[in-house]
Design a protein around this ligand. Structure first.
Ligand SMILES: Cc1ncc(COP(=O)(O)O)c(C=O)c1O
Ligand SMILES: N[C@@H](CCCC[NH3+])C(=O)O
Length: 418
């Protein structure tokens, strides 16, 4: 975790004690460190210094406007997958000319809006999508800059739900079909072929799968060049893993150094789309223990945070550290399952954790800055948590907790005579 540490037994972010944040804003609450976000972004930007490049933060990882704004101010580009993410980036002050648009199912109105604001590139994932982009651009009297997401068929060695670069996955065009599709696109009037992209999965902890994919993609760049189609940029997607427990993924510097070796001598701008590796360890989720319930079989700590607030443990059996916000000097650690109030057996944030707990204790779920709040839902009619940013030793509320009024907004009863 970056920027979160104990001081005098209290978990702090900079000089801010997280117990105070919980007191002021309630729980569950996500807390992000601006400094940690900035440093994680700059690790990419600095490693690419001197090379034509763009770091497009993957908005899906954490799309809070304040988070996007912090990155936009550093000159980040953005990788989006919907018009909703596009509008968020624009509202946060992001530059449309630095946006790449990924995703397998772009709708005509989304393409239209992206053309209107002048995004940098559409990352196209199928031939049907190519036809759609060409058609929409034509009807707008525009030419869309495009790249094809190539599926290089490599095993990213990650959880099957977040692996994307195998033939059996829904993503990208088949690498064996790519020359034909590129040639077809080159003959179309309303698209301009500028790039090639690939993204093989998320939470990769080794550099080799990235490099295997890169080798395959570079071979394709050369094959396409033989057809007279010049690729200006290569977008290697995101996917670099972070440390949740004891993983030791390559740093952005290490990863990028390997990539630069492989592309040396080529006139190729590089784009990266990191999400998790920028945001995950810049955030925690605070939650409070409501009750302790010890059955003959198990010790349960019932907490006020649940699967609707942070779904990664339930969805992928993902492990995130859970630590006390205030260290206790007396008492002993026991094994606890940390479970939420949602009516599902799968509603847990951690299992068999050694903690010294009492009812009322505050806990921090670590590495929650990416794929945390963005995947929260209103299941069980629970309002989504608040979000807070720590910036220069102060806390700022960057999103209010959802209220009952927010929860029923837009719904209506049938007319009385029905
Ligand atoms: C196309 C694309 N780019 C970037 C990302 C961000 O990935 P990560 O958060 O693993 O860096 C994803 C999500 O996996 C993605 O699908
Ligand atoms: N949401 C996933 C990652 C998905 C990556 C998006 N393509 C996670 O929490 O690990």
């Amino acid at each position: 975790m970056d920027n979160f540490e104990y001081r005098n037994g209290q978990l702090c972010c900079e000089d801010v004690a997280l117990a105070g944040v919980a007191e002021e804003f309630g729980t569950p609450t996500y807390v992000y460190s601006r400094d940690a976000l900035e440093r994680a972004y700059l690790a990419y930007a600095d490693a690419l210094e001197g090379h034509k490049s763009l770091v497009c933060y993957a908005v899906k990882a954490n799309s809070n406007l304040a988070v996007l704004n912090v990155l936009a101010r550093l000159g980040a580009g953005f990788d989006i997958v919907s018009v909703g993410e596009l509008e968020r980036v624009l509202r946060a002050g992001g530059d449309a000319a630095k946006i790449v648009f990924s995703g397998v199912g772009k709708q005509p109105h989304e393409i239209q809006r992206a053309l209107e604001v002048g995004i940098r590139c559409f990352n196209i994932e199928s031939e049907a999508e190519l036809e759609r982009v060409n058609e929409v651009a034509g009807s707008e009297g525009k030419v869309a800059a495009i790249s094809f997401r190539v599926n290089p068929d490599v095993d990213a060695g990650t959880h099957p739900y977040i692996s994307t670069g195998l033939k059996e996955n829904k993503f990208g065009i088949d690498i064996d079909d790519a020359v034909r599709i590129y040639s077809r696109a080159a003959d179309m009037d309303h698209v301009d072929v500028v790039g090639m992209d690939c993204h093989i999965g998320s939470q990769l902890t080794e550099v080799d799968p990235f490099l295997d994919a890169l080798d395959r993609v570079l071979m394709l760049v050369d094959k396409i060049a033989e057809q007279g189609i010049k690729i200006k940029h290569l977008d290697l997607g995101g996917g670099l893993g972070v440390c949740y427990t004891d993983e030791v993924p390559p740093t952005p510097q290490e990863y990028i150094a390997e990539v630069l070796k492989k592309v040396e001598g080529r006139d190729l701008e590089l784009i990266f789309e990191p999400g998790r590796s920028i945001a995950a360890n810049a955030g925690v989720m605070l939650t409070r223990v409501e009750f302790l319930k010890c059955t003959g079989e198990k010790n349960f700590a019932i907490i006020d945070g649940a699967m609707n607030d942070l779904i990664r443990p339930s969805l992928y059996s993902a492990y995130q550290e859970i630590v006390p916000v205030m260290l206790r000097e007396t008492g002993e650690e026991q094994q606890w399952d940390l479970v939420g109030p949602v009516c599902e057996t799968g509603d847990f944030l951690g299992k068999d954790r050694s903690l010294n707990l009492e009812a009322g204790d505050l806990l921090a779920v670590c590495s929650a800055g990416a794929y945390g709040f963005v995947m929260a839902s209103n299941y069980n009619s629970r309002g989504r948590p608040a979000e807070v940013m720590i910036d220069d030793n102060k806390s700022y509320l960057i999103r209010k907790r959802e209220s009952l009024a927010d929860l029923v907004k837009g719904e209506q009863l049938l007319p009385k005579d029905r």
